[in-house]
Structures are given as structure tokens and as C-alpha cells.
Design a protein. Structure first.
Lengths: 68, 256
């Protein structure tokens, strides 16, 4: 079964019941020096393995780039 | 006693803080950073691209430099607060350059939203360095809210116009003698940097003036020297300005 979620503003269809950590792997996203927000709240790294992603979840996955 | 720059329990030899945006290449950025002598550097928070194209930007920074994330791209307190929390989580740093912008053309700060975000973030233990307009009243409010420094602009971000209102900065320095004032945004060339320091700024933050210079590393050196010169001049106490002349050579005793 798949669920629709929004990651960085883009809709993605992913396996139901994925953990946040598994989602990052599934999307081939880097895991170092990034942060994840789940439905407008920071999702601490320590909780990635245990937090399940549900239908309609909105995630922001951020890293650092050049800036002033 | 050495004239070091103290901020939130840290001590820096350099009063120049440098950005990481707009460089033509990582090599140019690294050379400019090295030439600048800066010990603190700002970075932006951005969505990781989902197409797998992300590079590890931070790997290109000198690891000795203190990295301060900013909340650029945020147009309200809520987004700035969320961005700051994410930056802290990702980098394990309490420091944040708080930037809440009012509109896209001027990139002028929304002071009201900045103050609102500052209050929340200070309560959450952040070291908040707020970017705002050069307004004494707003400076007082930000300091009262618990910001360890205030960062008034010289001119709009990336405009290179230099200090547009020297009187505002002079007033701020005089009225807030113990505050840490970091002039941020709008510096274009080394004389702008010297002027800001001569007006009493404790430090300067600049990005475009170096990144968009023809020779970024050379301009970074110029800025380093200008910040040092301006600081020395400020500490030395400048001569007064006079409307009329004051002779440098003796008036009497010239041959007739």
C-alpha cells in the first residue's frame, strides 16, 4: 500500500509505514548535516528510526548552502 | 589589552564576518575566506534537492571558522523560527543570524516580524543576531528581548551602496555604548567598511562586496585592512570637522 506525502513541496507516493529514516534512504537523500521537519515541527535525528510517516504528512528536509 | 571582538562568550581576533553566497567557484570562495582573516562565516538553509544533485557545501568551508546559519528567504516570524530550529538541529549550533525580509525588491527587513521571532528564539536558547534597519528604537527592543548583538544594515543587501545613513549609526553607537553593533549588508568597497568601523561598529558582515569583486581574494584583503584601519581610527579618536581652516604650519615667522 502506498501513501501520498509532500516532501520539500513535492508530492511523493511512498510505501505505507516507512520510518523517517527509511524515507530518507528511499529518496536517496544525504543524512549528514541535514535536518527534517515533520508537519512544521523539527523531527530530531534520534527519532528518525522510530517515527512512521503517514498519508498527508508534510516534510521539509534541509541542508546548508551559500548565503550572506 | 588586545582589542578582540567578544560575542556571546566567544572571542574573535577578526571583526570581519563573511558570507558564503554568490561566489563563482568554491576555490574563489576558499581563497577569499582565507584572505579575509574572518573567523565567522554565514550560510543559508535550503531544501535538499530531491533529484540527488545536492553537494556537501559545508565541506568547502575552513573548519576553523565558526558557522552561523541564517534565516534568509523567510518573510515572516513563523518561517524564520522554523528555519532557525532546523538549522540548530542540523548543525548543533545555537547561533542564528535572524533575517526576516519584508519584500523581494529591497530585501529590507521586516522589523516587526524580526522582533517577534527574536523573542521566541531567545526564549528557546538561541544566540540571536538580528538583521534590521538602522533604527535606534528597534535596536533597543531587540537588545531588551535578549539579543547579544544587533545588526543594522548599511544599505540594502547586495546593493554595494555603503553606509547610507552615517548619522543613524553614530546615534546608535552613542546611545548604546555597551551594545555590540555589527553592521550587516550594503557594504560595497573597502572605504565603506572603514567608514562603518570609524562610526563605531564592533564588527562588519559582508558577502556580495567580496564575492562580486573582480578579484574576490584581493578584495577580501582590502576589506580586512579596511576593517582594521577603521577600527584603529575609531579607537584613536578622530579630529573634529571644521567649517573653516586651521593652519598646520606656523602663521608667524614666514619670510616676507
Amino acid at each position: 500500500m502506498t501513501v501520498k506525502i509532500i516532501v520539500n513541496g513535492e508530492t511523493r507516493e511512498v510505501e505505507s509505514g516507512l520510518t523517517a529514516g527509511a524515507l530518507l534512504d528511499f529518496l536517496s537523500l544525504p543524512k549528514k548535516r541535514i535536518a527534517v521537519e515533520l508537519n512544521s515541527e523539527v523531527l530530531r535525528r534520534s527519532l528518525w528510526p522510530s517515527t512512521e510517516i503517514s498519508a498527508g504528512d508534510r516534510l521539509e528536509v534541509v541542508h546548508f548552502v551559500g548565503g550572506g | 589589552m588586545k582589542d578582540t571582538f567578544r560575542l556571546a562568550g566567544h572571542e574573535f581576533s577578526s571583526r570581519l564576518i563573511i558570507g558564503t553566497g554568490k561566489y563563482r567557484s568554491y576555490d574563489e570562495m576558499k581563497a577569499a575566506h582565507a584572505a579575509s582573516g574572518a573567523e565567522m562565516v554565514t550560510v543559508a538553509v535550503n531544501r535538499v534537492p530531491l533529484d540527488g544533485s545536492s553537494e556537501s557545501f559545508l565541506d568547502h568551508l575552513n573548519p576553523q571558522m565558526k558557522i552561523v546559519p541564517n534565516t534568509a528567504g523567510c518573510y515572516d516570524a513563523d518561517h524564520a523560527i522554523r528555519t532557525a530550529r532546523l538549522a540548530r538541529e542540523a548543525l548543533d549550533t545555537e547561533w542564528i543570524k535572524l533575517e526576516v525580509i519584508g519584500d523581494q525588491i529591497t530585501l529590507l527587513p521586516d522589523n516587526e516580524q524580526t522582533l517577534e521571532a527574536a523573542k521566541v528564539l531567545v526564549k528557546e536558547g538561541f544566540v540571536v543576531l538580528p538583521y534590521f534597519t538602522d533604527d535606534l528604537i528597534m535596536a533597543k527592543k531587540l537588545l531588551d528581548a535578549g539579543c547579544p548583538a544587533v545588526m543594522p544594515l548599511a544599505a540594502p543587501i547586495g546593493s554595494g551602496m555603503g553606509v547610507q545613513n552615517p548619522s543613524n549609526l553614530r546615534i546608535m553607537r552613542e546611545q548604546l555604548p555597551d551594545a555590540t553593533i555589527i553592521v550587516d549588508a550594503g557594504v560595497g568597497v573597502s572605504s565603506d567598511a572603514a567608514i562603518a568601523m570609524e562610526l563605531g561598529a564592533d564588527a562588519l558582515l559582508m558577502n556580495t562586496s567580496i564575492a562580486e569583486a573582480g578579484d574576490a581574494a584581493q578584495m577580501a584583503t582590502a576589506m580586512k585592512l579596511a576593517v582594521e584601519a577603521g577600527r584603529l581610527a575609531y579607537l584613536s579618536g578622530r579630529m573634529p570637522k571644521r567649517l573653516y581652516a586651521s593652519a598646520s604650519s606656523p602663521i608667524e615667522g614666514a619670510i616676507k
